[in-house]
Design a protein around this ligand. Structure first.
Ligand code: ADP
Length: 312
């Protein structure tokens, strides 16, 4: 089973408006408003579920919004086991207007030490069933930035590889921990932020950035570059991944889908090149759909065969 962690899930609400008027009332047909179980890890779980992988979502959830998230997952027949708390989970709003997206993200509950300990207890129980761990997204308030290192260490002690997809301080601290994540999937902005540089989407700059000692000990680093594919460091080897030109409908959630593709490849014991192709394929398939964190499995093989890999 793949265990997929989302520490701060949300009810994601999207309001598509023709135009957004500031400082006055905006009205929308209720039928156009979409409410979904959100959080990066839940996108990863959904894509894995659509690939018919065995996946369980976990994290910390609470209140009516927590209940709504669980019901949505149940509707999709997605397996989940969250730690339930008294505080409300959060809402995240996306206002889609004039071809742009304005987001309002609540911070969510504040998690005390006892709740963190309770989660770690649940996590260790779930880990017994797992052979791959994915961790995605930000940490809720109250949880220290090195928390993911604890999850990574617990997984590593059972020889379970971890794919970590987060940014900022949580990623920095996880890379400075005693036990490194097995896989990380930064985009070029997140990679640049780690080493305090503004990086362009080009192989030479990314290759140079990956020489930084902070990346030592991470087995696989997939730096995703949107339509340009990705640049990869695997142990001491480097690869450039190129993808075909496709019709992009909504690229939100492509990074999460890429993580799902890596987990799917690992779960199916694919060769490295196929894991990388799988990652690119799920990323591409997500961009071709309106819904975030959604793919059509029937298109997988066609796009998988169009990913090309060059050693760098
Ligand atoms: P993130 O969402 O984390 O910023 P990216 O935008 O780099 O991640 O996208 C992840 C992957 O999704 C890419 O490596 C690629 O496979 C696919 N993808 C994203 N945007 C596009 C696009 N415009 N055209 C084709 N594929 C895309």
């Amino acid at each position: 089973m793949i265990l997929s962690v989302t520490m701060n899930p949300s009810v994601d609400m999207s309001y598509p408006l023709e135009e957004f008027h500031l400082d006055t009332t905006n009205r929308i047909d209720s039928g156009k408003v979409r409410k979904t179980a959100g959080g990066k890890g839940l996108n990863v779980s959904r894509v894995l579920h659509l690939l018919e992988a065995d996946v369980c979502s976990t994290g910390i959830i609470g209140g009516q919004l927590g209940g709504y998230i669980q019901k949505e997952l149940d509707k999709d027949k997605m397996n989940h086991h969250f730690l339930e708390i008294d505080q409300e989970s959060r809402n995240c709003l996306a206002i889609l207007h004039n071809g742009k997206q304005t987001e309002i993200l609540e911070s969510g509950p504040v998690i005390d030490q006892q709740t963190q300990d309770d989660f770690l207890e649940l996590f260790q129980k779930l880990l017994k069933e797992a052979n791959i761990l994915t961790i995605s997204g930000s940490l809720p308030k109250g949880i220290p930035a090195n928390f993911y290192s604890q999850l990574i260490e617990l997984a590593a002690s059972k020889q379970i590889p971890t794919i970590l997809d987060c940014s900022g301080q949580a990623l920095k601290e996880s890379l400075s921990g005693k036990t490194k994540p097995t896989v990380i999937k930064p985009n070029h902005h997140e990679l640049g932020a780690l080493i305090g540089e503004e990086l362009a989407e080009n192989n030479e700059d990314i290759y140079q950035a990956l020489q930084h000692p902070i990346f030592n000990g991470v087995e696989l680093i997939l730096v995703s570059m949107g339509a340009k594919g990705a640049f990869v460091k695997y142990k001491n080897d480097y690869y450039s991944l190129t993808i075909p030109k496709i019709n992009v409908v909504n690229p939100v959630g492509s990074g999460d889908s890429t993580v799902a593709g890596i987990a799917y490849g690992l779960e199916n014991k694919m060769a490295l090149t196929d894991i990388l192709k799988s990652a690119m394929t799920t990323g591409m398939l997500n961009t071709m759909e309106e819904k975030t964190g959604f793919i059509r499995k029937e298109n997988f093989d066609y796009y998988f065969n169009q990913v090309s890999i060059q050693t760098y």
